[in-house]
Design a protein. Sequence first.
Length: 122
Amino acid sequence: MNFMDKFKSGVKEAGNKAKIVVEVNRLKMQNSSKQGEIDKHWQEIGRMVYEAETSAGSAGMNPELSARWAPLIDRVNVLKEEIQANLLEIRLLTNEKDCPKCGYKAAADTQFCVQCGSGFGG
Ligand SMILES: [Zn+2]
């Protein structure tokens, strides 16, 4: 490989790395917004449970109220799956993963977090 070829190859590699950084940041922002939506649903679920438990004449949970928060629970589950899918894509793009407990970055094949000792569970 002559100098020009090496130079071109280096430029291409840098371009790919920049694209990966942009893509990873996009996925992380997506996950942050999904997590924000989950947090809103947690609040709403909490409020509904509170209402169910405190409404006059109610002996706690009733089916009518359960039906109201069921769609939120379903949506939270979908968002959680989407977050996991994005994390997997980030992991494939960067060949590293974040510790679920402390967020420490580790190589994709690491079994335990060196920061907090938490297991990655595969
Ligand atoms: Zn950790």
